[in-house]
Design a protein around this ligand. Structure first.
Ligand code: ATP
Ligand code: MG
Ligand code: ZN
Length: 370
């Protein structure tokens, strides 16, 4: 049986299947329909947000047999073979394995030859930031004035490592992280079509942990689907898989911090180690929690705030928000955000998180002159 991983199976094949990046997709579609075609594009952005996917759709749009179009037909010979990845005039290269100037020169030599069957010969170069200085220099000239039948589509996760001279010769398009809501709705739609039922709350957990990357979210989903053999998926299993504490545990931890209960705070940190929870995830969850607490504090200071309509969880948050000053929540957030690096640099992550918590504790002691 030939199994195709979900992220490949679900890879969008046309612009209207792309999630997020609304304005960018609009610009790309308009430029194709108006035939205002640049010679080179540079897509930047974090991993798994659609750089390669959009680059391939663009390559198809430029080479569809029905003409340059924002809606490639997907049934002509060119479209089919681009989708299969065997179209001779769309050349995909990974710059990470071709960093040397000799490699780039070989590629540049091949630009002398026009396309075989396509309208354009398109070089799709991934991880472009990995090129050496000499390789970038070798690319400059051709990027400035390539033969009419050549197009370059470059992609990178590290745009800051690319010389400005290269960037300014391309149409630079930055793809932002995808919002949690977009990812969660996307997973929900996809699963519905596959006839798989997974609770929306669980999809939200997956989306939050993906931090903007659709590929990461799909991969976590796949892991979860394999972990339980289609039986009911429990939130606890998901949290264990993601290495995070659930909502209730984070609430308990925050409560202990706010009420200055250092013994119980450290006990929760000890337990986390045994449960395989990642400490950086705890810090991120605490930041999110205190941010939410700030919002509840602001909202509840207004007359219109109706506590009887709150969920049980939000009622607890509301009660907790009365026990802390807004200013103090901001100081906790600041300590947590600035302290995140301790997890990386401390001798081990547990020491790192304990240092962060000691700093909050120190602030409380100083404040009350204990
Ligand atoms: N914007 C998007 N809309 C829909 N699906 C997406 C999107 N971005 C990514 N995906 C999904 O994630 C998979 C990987 O996307 P893609 O290869 O385009 O990411 P990338 O940005 O090139 O990542 P990398 O930097 O790791 O190369 C796709 O096959 C698709 O299933
Ligand atoms: Mg890619
Ligand atoms: Zn076509």
């Amino acid at each position: 049986m030939k199994y195709q991983i979900l992220s490949n199976k679900w890879r969008p094949q046309s612009f209207n299947q792309i999630i997020g990046h609304k304005y960018i997709i609009n610009i790309l579609k308009n430029s194709l329909d108006l035939q205002r075609i640049h010679q080179s594009w540079l897509f930047s952005g974090m991993h798994g947000v659609g750089k390669t996917t959009i680059a391939r759709i663009l390559a198809k749009s430029l080479n569809c047999n029905n003409g340059i179009t924002s809606q490639p037909c997907r049934i002509c010979k060119n479209c089919i073979s681009i989708e299969k990845g065997n179209f001779l005039d769309v050349i995909e290269l990974d710059a990470a394995s071709k960093t040397k100037v000799e490699d780039i020169k070989t590629i540049l030599d091949s630009t002398k030859y026009p396309p075989i069957t396509g309208r354009f010969k398109i070089y799709l170069i991934d991880e472009i930031h990995m090129l050496s200085k000499n390789s970038f220099n070798a690319l400059l000239k051709i990027l400035e004035e390539p033969p009419k039948y050549i197009k370059f589509i470059l992609a990178t996760t590290h745009v800051k490592k690319i010389p400005n001279t290269i960037i300014s010769r391309c149409l630079h398009i930055h793809l932002s992280a995808i919002t949690n809501k977009h990812i969660s709705n996307y997973l929900n739609d996809k699963l519905k079509k596959e006839n798989i039922h997974i609770n929306k709350e669980i999809l939200d957990l997956i989306s939050n942990s993906a931090q903007g990357s659709i590929r990461d979210a799909i991969n976590t989903l796949e892991l979860i689907m394999c972990s339980n053999n289609n039986k009911l998926i429990k939130k606890k299993t998901i949290n264990q898989l993601l290495g995070t504490f659930g909502k209730k545990k984070i609430l308990l931890l925050a409560k202990n911090i706010i009420t200055n209960n250092i013994d119980d705070t450290l006990k929760i940190i000890d337990d986390a180690e045994q449960q395989g929870i990642q400490y950086n995830n705890i810090v991120l969850s605490l930041i999110t929690f205190f941010h939410h607490l700030s919002i509840v504090k602001i909202a509840s200071s207004q007359k219109k705030y109706l506590t009887d309509k709150l969920s049980e969880y939000d009622k607890i948050i509301y009660t907790l928000s009365k026990k802390i000053l807004f200013k103090d929540i901001q100081i906790y957030c600041k300590i947590l955000i600035q302290g995140e690096k301790y997890i990386r640099y401390a001798p081990n992550p547990k020491i790192g998180i304990e240092i962060i918590l000691f700093q909050i504790y120190q602030y409380i002691i100083d404040k009350h002159n204990i």
